[in-house]
Design a binder for this molecule. Structure first.
Ligand SMILES: Cc1cc2nc3c(=O)[nH]c(=O)nc-3n(C[C@H](O)[C@H](O)[C@H](O)COP(=O)(O)OP(=O)(O)OC[C@H]3O[C@@H](n4cnc5c(N)ncnc54)[C@H](O)[C@@H]3O)c2cc1C
Length: 388
């Protein structure tokens, strides 16, 4: 086993877990990373609530992923196994009120990463920083370290260079061009878990939140919280819709139900027979200030027509114009097409080269599903190589 030279490119969650699995099986593993440190995007994820996976039962969990290939891989190393694996590293977790799984408060993101890196060091995994992957062929991987070019022979090469968002974390997606030059099909990288740009009149609501509303696009619905921004809207139900709006032509209409727990008839009933609309909306129907502000963007005639108003409260149309730019969004869709990969995630055109993590063509909403799929694909690749 020690004769096998296993090289991993990318010290993000996908690369590190594949290195771990192989090192646990006794393989010698070297990881090359272009940054000065490991897993910068993983740490960025930690800034806004570090949800490492989600506690949902497996069937509902898997529905968050579109393709059957990624569903199978996640099922094999699922949310329960992520929790077990973290516990092996000494990281305790808890389930938040939304079902998301976080490390307990005594573990800051940097401590989670440190515990993991310490374990990898004990296993003998070597991590080389400031090494940028340049290219590969059937036998060698080409890297650059400051001014020196390196040509390293490998038995197995794992590529885990991430998606294309937040370039400053190291995931610059330069690998896409190398892959394309080798005729490996790449589904174009696009913004995922992205806000939408909307019409200008909504920008006046910048900074205002709508809680417990239902967002819908065609027959897809999601309840949650959204926030208006200087360019449009953000929030988890918005990110959830990305996958369904991706293949459509913009502009598109998504609808907001501002009062999901009341029917249109119940709202109309409250509005009937009252001279003043705004106090009823506020005191009886209990719409939030932001919802009232949104309704005030209607023209006077539409606002005063109570039948129309009741309908609009249940189905406020928002015209969305486009996604936000790739560099600022949480993740990217697209990547190495599954048709280019064997069941083991090995490149069909280049046996002995494997892909893991966000650089593969899958997408998922926030809520722990992204890191979960990175852990699962890294585990899958490590195990596939380990079995051979
Ligand atoms: C703001 C933000 C918040 C997020 N929050 C969450 C969350 O709460 N929950 C969740 O599940 N997910 C979250 N994510 C997403 C999650 O962090 C990513 O999906 C995950 O880090 C991807 O893992 P990866 O290993 O595939 O790639 P990455 O983490 O991107 O790692 C790839 C590594 O490869 C290196 N690399 C790239 N190119 C080269 C090269 N040419 N040579 C050498 N090295 C290279 C990079 O420097 C990087 O270290 C968040 C992301 C962001 C940006």
């Amino acid at each position: 086993m020690q004769n096998h030279k296993i090289i991993v490119i990318g010290a993000g969650p996908a690369g590190l877990i594949s290195a771990q699995i192989l090192a646990e099986k006794g393989f010698k593993v070297q990881v090359f990373e272009q940054n000065k440190a490991s897993a910068r995007k993983f740490l960025v994820a930690g800034n806004g609530g570090f949800n490492l996976t989600h506690s949902e039962e497996i069937q509902t969990f898997l529905e968050k992923y579109e393709s059957i290939e990624i569903q199978n891989i996640v099922r094999n190393f699922d949310n329960k196994r992520v929790v077990e694996w973290l516990s092996k590293l000494g990281i305790t977790t808890y389930v938040g009120s939304s079902g998301k799984i976080f490390p307990t408060k005594n573990f800051k993101p940097i401590q989670v990463l440190k515990a993991w890196l310490d374990y990898l060091e004990k296993l003998g995994v070597e991590i080389y920083y400031n090494h940028t992957f340049l290219n590969f062929d059937e036998s060698y991987v080409y890297l650059k370290n400051n001014t020196t070019d390196l040509k390293l022979n490998y038995s197995k090469l794992i590529l885990a260079m991430g998606g294309g968002s937040w370039k400053k974390t190291g995931s610059d997606a330069k690998w896409v061009e190398y892959f394309k030059s080798k005729n490996i099909k790449i589904t174009p990288l696009e913004s995922a878990n992205s806000g939408y740009n909307t019409q200008k009149f909504l920008h006046q609501l910048q900074g205002q939140y709508l809680k417990n509303i239902k967002v819908s696009f065609e027959n897809i619905e999601k309840i949650g919280e959204i926030v208006f921004t200087k360019y449009g809207i953000e929030g988890s139900p918005i990110y959830f819709m990305n996958r369904f709006t991706r293949k459509q032509n913009f502009p598109l209409i998504i609808n907001l139900d501002l009062k999901p727990n009341l029917s249109e008839a119940e709202i109309l009933q409250q509005l009937k027979g009252s001279e003043k609309i705004s106090p009823i909306l506020k005191k009886k129907i209990k719409l939030s200030t932001t919802a009232l502000n949104l309704l005030k963007t209607l023209d006077k005639e539409s606002y005063l027509d109570i039948e129309n108003l009741a309908k609009t409260i249940k189905k406020f149309p928002i015209e969305i114009l486009s996604f936000r730019p790739i560099d600022e969004v949480i993740s990217t869709s697209g990547g190495v097409a599954f048709s280019e990969l064997t069941e083991n995630l090995e490149l069909k055109k280049f046996p002995n080269i494997y892909c893991a993590g966000e650089m593969i063509d899958w997408e998922a909403p926030t809520g722990g599903y992204l890191l979960q799929a990175c852990f699962s694909t890294g585990f899958w690749v490590g195990n596939s190589i380990g079995k051979n």
